[in-house]
Design a protein around this ligand. Structure first.
Ligand SMILES: Cc1cc2nc3c(=O)[nH]c(=O)nc-3n(C[C@H](O)[C@H](O)[C@H](O)COP(=O)(O)O)c2cc1C
Length: 298
């Protein structure tokens, strides 16, 4: 009932674990059946391994969290050798989230992935927590077009570009990514935000700003997903504060082909299973046979 086609790749359902909130699935394996998920987007990987940022990395806000992980990861090569074999034990689609400090990093990472049988690369041009690269590529149309077209030259994989809500002009960045050959778009990454420790009279995070996610961003993310959906012809994967099945359905109605769940995993590790079941129940109760019946109806 929930079977979904995402740019030619068949997902058993549209529920995908969002990058950076599910690792490579290992820590979650005791709590849920990893086979049940539509897909898992890996922690953001870079060509060279990264230690991540110093200081506080997570901060809770009234209705969300802020993070400044700084793309800590073991490198694409280490992932292929040590983590991909584990992930391949499961049926869920493996989506590799690929970041970079510069264009060579992105291209070299994509080249290493050519030798694997993964289908989809989620090109992360939207990480707000790194000094070089990351979001710098995703907030301007020209650099977004450039990085996507360079990756398309060297990669035979489906390229899903992850957009930043902090972009100068999100809809234009989206249309430029499509023009550069993107096969799908995912949005949103975290919002640039600030938290202050008033006793220390300092910002909570060493980098001053950090990325905001969770329920507080949902209405804005939803509006952005609809704006982008209306402007492109490629599939859109929506995320931002999805906590339950009703939230997921809202994102489908705003134009999402599939959805990703991030922050909610930290509160309830089984939440994605509940969302899959809740979406099925909703469809049965409402007499909806296929998600296409409600996709983008707003
Ligand atoms: C702790 C943490 C780490 C994240 N790391 C990444 C990452 O490595 N790559 C990426 O594209 N997005 C990363 N994200 C962003 C999420 O994938 C997602 O876009 C964002 O959190 C919004 O969804 P949510 O509100 O459901 O969490 C991270 C988010 C959090 C909270």
């Amino acid at each position: 009932m929930l079977k979904t086609d995402l740019c030619g790749v068949s997902l058993k359902n549209p529920v995908i674990a969002a990058s950076g909130t599910f690792g490579f699935g290992r820590e979650f394996e005791p709590y849920l059946d990893l086979n049940a998920l539509g897909g898992i987007s890996t922690k953001g990987l870079t060509y060279h391994s990264k230690q991540g940022n110093t200081g506080q990395r997570i901060h809770e806000t009234a209705a969300g969290i802020m993070n400044s992980i700084g793309l800590q990861n073991p490198s694409v090569k280490s992932f292929i050798e040590n983590d991909l074999p584990f992930m391949k034990n499961f049926e869920s689609e493996i989506i590799v989230n690929l970041g970079g400090n510069n264009i060579d990093d992105y291209v070299n990472g994509a080249l290493l992935l050519e030798d694997t049988d993964i289908n989809i690369i989620e090109l992360n041009i939207s990480c707000p927590n790194v000094k070089e690269g990351g979001m710098a590529f995703g907030i301007k149309c020209e650099s977004a077009f450039y990085v996507v077209s360079e990756i398309k030259k060297v990669s035979s994989k489906k390229i899903m570009v992850k957009l930043s809500p902090n972009a100068d002009d999100l809809v234009r960045v989206a249309t430029e990514c499509e023009r550069a050959g993107a096969d799908a778009l995912s949005l949103v990454n975290t919002f640039n935000a600030l938290a202050i420790d008033i006793k220390r009279r300092k910002a909570v995070f060493d980098n001053i700003t950090a990325g905001l996610s969770g329920p507080c961003i949902k209405p804005i993310a939803l509006r952005m997903v609809r704006d982008v959906y209306k402007s492109v012809s490629i599939p859109v994967v929506g995320m931002g504060g999805i906590m339950n099945a009703a939230d997921a359905i809202e994102f489908i109605m705003a134009g999402s082909t599939a959805i990703q769940v991030g922050t909610a995993n930290f509160i309830n590790p089984k939440v994605m299973i509940e969302i899959i079941q809740g979406m099925e129940e909703f469809m049965e109760n409402e007499g909806i046979k296929n998600l296409d019946e409600i996709k983008g109806i707003i």
